[in-house]
Design a protein. Structure first.
Length: 48
């Protein structure tokens, strides 16, 4: 199976609800774009 879009994430990326949809919307608007997430501070309260 082939995909239209290939995504890579870093171990420092915390996924938010609807995050992938937002990135893919930008790609759909202009397929020549390179889209990336902003790496922000991850709350220590989320770490286990």
């Amino acid at each position: 199976m082939l995909a239209d879009v290939l995504t890579f994430t870093d171990s420092h990326v915390e996924c938010n609800e609807q995050g992938l949809k937002q990135l893919l919307t930008r790609v759909r608007e202009d397929p020549t774009r390179v889209i990336f997430s902003i790496i922000d501070v991850i709350s220590m309260g989320n770490c286990q």
